[in-house]
Write a protein of this length. Sequence first.
Length: 563
Amino acid sequence: MIPSNIGKEHVIDALREIESEGVSASRRSKSFCLIVNGKKYPPKYVVSLANKYANGEELDPSSFSGGRETNGFLKKLGFDIVQIPSSGKADQSTPSRKKIFETVRKKHDERCPKCKNTIQRMLKECYGRVESNYKFEASTNVNDYKDFRFYKELKRIFIALQRCRGHKGFVRTPNLPRCDFFVPNPGFILEFDESQHFTVPRKISLQNYPKELRLGFSAKQWIAHCEEINAKDNDPIFRDEQRAWYDTLRDFLPSCLGLNPTVRLYSKEMQWCRLNPKNPKDLALFKNIVERKRIMFKNWIATVLIQSNENYTNRDRLKILSQIVDRISKRKGGNGVILFPGGWFTAGKRRANTLYKWVEQNVGLILSGKHANIIACVGIDGRETSGWAKDQIGAAINRKGIIALGRKFHPAPSEKMYVELARNYLSKEEGYSRIFEVNGQKYFICACYDSFGLKHKKIPNPGIDVVLDLVHGFYPKGESGSGDVYFAKHGFAGASKHWKCLVFGAAVFFNRRISEKWPSGVYWNQGDSSTQTWRYEDNPAKPKEELELKIKEGFALVRIYKH
């Protein structure tokens, strides 16, 4: 699906990039051409590039269709599309990939000193203080990392580099050479990789990275660059192994020091010196690129927002869950979590645990088979009296059944006298932890107002990568419980700021429209600023796509995030 926020100006930016760098043979169009000022462009590639200017990264061509979808999208923006004659020959004036790189080299040297200077200035404008050529007191001797979580993986990489070409003595300095940039707040290394970094030894090291290691770049994409560029630097003869080892240490270092993942920019990703640190549009684009790399995530997450008429039963909600799982599974592969609102199912006046078996069996059945990699997080309420639920539980379920349960531990001010709380944020419910893991990433279940509790109680982050908040809902403006903006600013953003991780939320909007800009995914990137000043525009966590479903209860909006 093509993101709806791509506008005409982003397409024009994409056309300018194509004019500068050309089109590789693999991205030419065989059926249709976009015509602008008499020049021909491949429509699908244009849309992929336009997404980089709208959302910070090139759109994966497998995530949307050419032909009708792409052409229709561009036509709505006012562009002309024509069909290529049946001979099937695309515009032969389009340069080959080899010529593209030759053209880029002639037009712009990737070692342009202005590029690095511009990146430093952009970082300073976006984050405040930035240190260039920053030195960490870090050893280059692999045996000094024996107490490190990833020591075995580091040792394996080191040995693999020694075996690559037989160069065993490539470590020539006891301390790690300086990093390109360090941003103290929020705390991350940024490396600017030129072509000489993409070598066979670097590919070997990247292929041996543990799945659990958090990175501020796509290892898969960097491996592809290594295969394509295949750079060689034999001065000294072991230089490629040495560079690969130092790059590896810079990628692992944040896990030792408690920093955010190392971000990497590719020198040919764009002509960086063209960015203007005083231009708000350029600053927004640059920060979006960096933030999207900083919060890269291996799994996808879907958040479910409901516009409800309050007419539903557990069976209705089960049917909605089945429809949503089915729609998502047809679009997404790999590991993923679907987050539903709090109180999605209710045990009425009975205890919540009397419903666990029913939920486990029915939801587990829906997730079996082709949905085997999906985990559904649902809210289960119980012991309801006078509009309050004494039991407020969040449950994570896979095809085999319940894998995590979390009881509310931090009540809203108005419900302190009514809710039975967990003893603390790590208390087990029916023997289950509220923390579960997918593909090396740790998730923490919050039951509605719990996200406020993380900050209010000054709870330290126990190694969590993602907070999942199952919010019950919001009512019409002016009524009690209508504070969706307050919840986003001080609940989601506050928790993200305190724990320095992603926060996702799902909620029901009762008898009111779903707030269009209300963020169901939040990542704090405003340093020490107060959440009071936080705006939706500050949030770099944006959904990749959205699904809409008409349901008996009203309307469902599903946002899918992939980092």
